[in-house]
Design a protein around this ligand. Structure first.
Ligand code: PHE
Length: 368
């Protein structure tokens, strides 16, 4: 009987067939189990020898089944390995290639140009505190400049729920903008989406010692949406502070940047007096251009286009940033990234930057 089972096990062609055999031999109703049950009817002496023989049979068949099982398992793995071989020498298929968004490309270019002038890159949070976005920049709660920034405030309770002034009643909206509804201390702790990158100036001053020379590119938000405004856009902030930094450095630095960025070596720049609460004096910078016949050309053509705001950092701002205004002074600037990207790359419509249209990206995007 042992020979019969061992031969059957050896001939089992697969794991399923082997399991069937195991049940037939050793299962509850299997042949060998049946013989075991029959032992009870024998005399004690007969039972002793027959029992030993049956146990030996049972162990031998069980061992044969285990061995065959391992063998079949290995064969299955071998077969699978055969089936799934990979030819590493086959040529790679060329799928569609990704492109860099013009905003990313422009930020990289800005970092490279200022990097050559010794600027480091700094960052600040998109969700900012009222204090850093306004108060520390010399824009106290009742300052009319707050009205110029259409601010997205986050829920006062800290729930994170955005309270969009446009969605509030006119009166409440005005209260929020002017801070009449809350005391200044309440207001300054309030969270908002930063309306410009200037709060990074304060954060950097508070955490570093002068001299400093940084740019801070990033997202900014204003509750405004039309042909030339999107609720989210990008700015790059610049901040230089040292003992003798003056307006001449500001002019030289921005002139150098604009000429390098636009690739026009004699690009004329016009520094027009302006006002920002956090700089004194303040200026806006225009670059020379021509817009004849709807075509934009950069250069000395008599027409001007505004591209950035700048000025000497207000002593109050230095003080709020923990920098001694009696010893240090410096300049700051802020530039719209979409604006200069549109000028450089001839992108006519601001809103297309954020449509997420793959055809647009394959046209204006950059090979990484
Ligand atoms: N933060 C200003 C704006 O968003 C720009 C600016 C930055 C002006 C730094 C002066 C100095 O309009």
């Amino acid at each position: 009987m042992e020979k019969k089972w061992l031969e059957a096990v050896a001939a089992a062609s697969g794991l399923e067939a082997l399991e069937t055999l195991r049940v037939e031999a050793l299962g509850k109703k299997g042949e060998i189990s049946g013989l075991m049950k029959g032992l009870g009817a024998l005399t004690p002496d007969e039972r002793k020898s027959a029992g030993a023989a049956l146990n030996q049979l049972k162990d031998s068949v069980a061992a044969a089944i285990e061995a065959r099982k391992a063998q079949l398992g290995e064969a299955a793995i071998d077969a699978r390995l055969q089936r799934e071989t990979l030819d590493m020498t086959l040529p790679v298929g060329t799928g569609p290639q990704g492109r860099l968004h013009p905003i990313s490309q422009t930020i990289d270019e800005i970092i490279a140009i200022f990097g050559e002038m010794g600027f480091k890159v700094a960052e600040g949070p998109d969700i900012e505190e009222d204090f850093y976005n306004f108060t520390a920049l010399n824009i106290p709660p009742d300052h009319p400049a707050r009205q110029m920034h259409d601010t997205f405030y986050l829920g006062a309770s800290g729930s994170g729920r955005p309270t969009n002034p446009a969605a509030l009643g006119a009166e409440e909206s005005a209260d929020r903008k002017f801070g009449k509804a809350a005391t200044p201390t309440d207001l300054e702790g309030r969270k908002l989406l930063r309306t410009h990158t200037s709060p990074v100036q304060i954060r950097y001053m508070k955490s570093h010692k002068p001299p400093m020379r940084i740019i801070a590119p990033g997202r900014t938000y204003r509750c405004d949406s039309d042909m030339t405004h999107t609720p989210m856009f990008h700015q790059v902030e610049g901040l230089v502070i040292d003992e003798k930094t003056h307006m001449g450095h500001l002019k030289g630095c921005l002139t150098e940047f604009c000429r390098a960025f636009f690739g026009v070596s004699d690009l004329p720049l016009r520094f027009r007096p302006s006002f920002f609460p956090f700089t004194e004096p303040s200026a806006e910078v225009d670059i020379g251009c021509s817009r004849k016949g709807g075509e934009l050309k950069l250069g000395n053509y008599g027409d001007w286009l505004e591209i950035l705001g700048c000025g000497m950092v207000h002593p109050k701002v230095l003080e709020l940033g923990g920098v001694d205004p009696a010893r240090y002074q410096g300049f700051a600037f802020g530039m719209g990234i979409e604006r200069i990207a549109m000028l450089k790359y001839g992108i006519p419509d601001l809103r297309t930057f954020f449509d997420g249209d793959a055809r647009w990206l394959s046209h204006y995007g950059f090979q990484p």
